[in-house]
Design a protein around this ligand. Sequence first.
Ligand code: ATP
Length: 239
Amino acid sequence: MNQMLQFSNVHMYYDHVYALKGVSLTVNEGETVALIGANGAGKSSILRAITGLNRIRQGEIHYLGERLDGTPADEIVRRGIAMVPEGRRVFPLMTVAENLALGAFTRTDKGEIAESLDRVMTRFPRLKERYNQAAGTMSGGEQQMLVIGRALMSRPKLLLLDEPSLGVAPKLVQDIARSIVAINRDEKVSVLLVEQNSRMALRISQRAYALSTGEVALSGDSADLIHDDRVKTLYLGGE
Ligand code: ATP
C-alpha cells in the first residue's frame, strides 16, 4: 500500500501546553483512518498540524512523498488536503450554493467545478433541495453535510474530518457515517477521521490510533481494536 501521509515524531505546543509529544502515524492511499481518545488527548491538534494552522516544534510531516510541514495553508489545500473543522462552520447568512462555491476557491476550470457540484448534490440530495436557502437555517445534520460537501468541492485526495458526529441527531449520525464510507469508497478519497464516537469511528475505518495525553497509546486494525479489552474499557464505555 502506498503511504499518503506520514507523521514522524511530531511535537507541538500551544504556548506552554505540550499538545503532541512525539506522534508517529501513517495514512495510506485509499484508507479511512480514525483518531480516537478523550477530550484534550491531541486529536484535533494532529489535524491542525496537517493543515498548517499550528506549527510543529519537532519532527516531520510528509504527504505524497514531499515535506508538508511549513507549507502555506492555501498550498496545502491545492495539494489535495481538505479539512472539515469541528462545529459545522458554515457561513450562516450565505446560501447553500454560495457555501459550496467557496469550497472550490483553489480551482478555475468551471466545467470541472460544475461536475464536482453535481457529485456533491448526488451524494447529499438534501443540499440540492436547500440549494438557495441560507445555510444558518438548516439543521445541525444538514449543516454537517454542507461542510463535508464544501470540502469535497476542492476535490481532495485526503479529507480530514473533525468530530463530524458531534451535536448531530443520532439518526443523522448513521447517515453521515454512511456518507463517509461512500466518499472513501466511491470517490477514492482517503479519510482521517477524528471522533469522540469511538464505536462509529472504529466501525467505518480500516485502522485507528488511540491518543492519550498527546501520545499514541494504541494503534492497529479497527476490526481488532473494537474487540480489544483495553479499547472497550477506555474508549467504548466499558461495554
Ligand atoms: P477535543 O475533542 O476536546 O478537541 P482533542 O483530543 O482534539 O480534544 P486537542 O484539541 O488536540 O485535543 O488538545 C490537546 C491539548 O492542547 C489539550 O490539553 C488542550 O487543552 C490544548 N489546546 C488545544 N488548543 C489550544 C489552544 N488554542 N491554546 C492552548 N491550549 C490548547
